[in-house]
Design a protein around this ligand. Sequence first.
Ligand code: FAD
Length: 492
Amino acid sequence: MGQSRVVVVGAGNAALCAALSAREGGAEVVVLERAPSQVRGGNTAFSAGAMRVAYSGVEELQRLMPDLTPEEIDNTDFGSYPTDAFFDDLARVTEYRADPDLADTLVQQSMPTLLWMADNGVRFVPIYGRQAFKVEGRFTFWGGLTVEASGGGPGLVESLTKAAEKSGVRIEYGARVTELLHDDSGVHGVRVRQDGATREESADAVVLACGGFESSAELRARYLGPGWDLARVRGTMYNTGDGLQMALRVGASSAGNWSGCHAVGWDRNAPEFGDPSVGDSFQKHSYPWGVMVNAHGRRFVDEGADFRNYTYAKYGRVILEQPGQFAWQVFDQKVTNLLRDEYRIREVSKVTAPTLKELGERMEGVDAAGFVAEMEAYNAAVETGTEFNPNVKDGRRTTGLAIDKTNWANTVDEGPFEAYAVTCGITFTFGGLRIDPSSAQVIDTDMRPIPGLFAAGELVGGLFYFNYPGGTGLTNGSVFGRIAGAFAAEAS
Ligand SMILES: Cc1cc2nc3c(=O)[nH]c(=O)nc-3n(C[C@H](O)[C@H](O)[C@H](O)COP(=O)(O)OP(=O)(O)OC[C@H]3O[C@@H](n4cnc5c(N)ncnc54)[C@H](O)[C@@H]3O)c2cc1C
């Protein structure tokens, strides 16, 4: 049996993990990436690089992050994140729809895969800034999200690209794959357009890792529903559903939540697609410490339903459903010190005022009188007897409101007040291709594996429904990318 030839479509995290792993399996590997090299890396490059991983305690984290210093270990309570907890979080936030076999593979392989990435030159560090608070002089991690790639998403792309190139993977940019070469015996390559010319690249196996359809307004409206064409795109402009459509054309089975997506509160004045110089900082994720109001000045969601890791991905949709597709996040001086860095960027849509009345008047598009009445009712409903604690779900809540805030409810009464305008920013779509959880091979509509076709990353369906535990997208791409690459290398 000669050396197999694997074509990987896309050059984000899932694709590069697939390429590295196929190369490790002895295949000749070509990566075809649609974007020019200057804006390479897909959504991965826009991400913070946070990766959800199961770990038993600090000893296991030390294997992943050998350069943790003794001081860091002394000053930090890393806790643990057992595989059961990861599995349960995924099941809970997806309302028990996540495919248990895909979820099990993801959870069980999370640490082995990150260790493999570390062996390939990816450096991981603790996410002190966003996922830990200081309690009595010690950092305490919360919400199951503890590590990120050094340098965030751009750092991850850089180290994976370097590793792939070093291992002999050929990466072509500006190369848009338009079709799978397919016959009765399976997939044998791709049709690709590069520099205005179309050619065919033959292969023993193709790994599709070219993202969802979040960057196509037309497909968003078609699958996610009315209004989704109006969402801003948080990341790359290139994930227009090509891989999904070409796989469906050769008989692949669709799976998962095609009307669902990951979408967050995103600066109201952000551009249509992500801006690499701003990255993920258009997001506004500190709403659990304040309140959110719509054009009527009314609250519309329980801002404190859970840690932000478990609510942020579904609240973009709730904002999109508000009149005018916008909301304002409001904070008083008791909590502004807790606001994440993204609240202090230059490109922020922010107003401040000494009183709530003046704030309401400055919040564009908002019924100021309605806002003042809403805040009076809200402040009166806060149960101040329970201590505020941002590290735990503190149960400090309101009672008697149409929509109560069930944790971290503080009165909003200490000026000057700050308000931030947000709209819906879509991150990625949840619907995708059906794969075999143990091989990442694409399954057809007769439920049979398609010879020579594998998939990983955003375009795989079945894991995420309605919502998503923060940091799982990258881990998902890495785990199934690695598996897809290994099995693709065996195809011939
Ligand atoms: C602002 C932002 C912040 C995020 N933060 C995090 C985070 O901290 N942690 C986390 O886990 N997830 C995060 N995510 C989600 C995460 O980025 C994605 O889930 C993950 O990167 C998807 O990886 P992927 O390899 O499947 O797709 P991508 O990284 O998007 O790669 C797909 C690639 O395919 C290419 N492509 C598309 N069509 C074609 C074609 N026809 N031919 C060739 N190439 C094609 C695209 O150009 C792109 O480079 C974030 C996303 C965004 C937008």
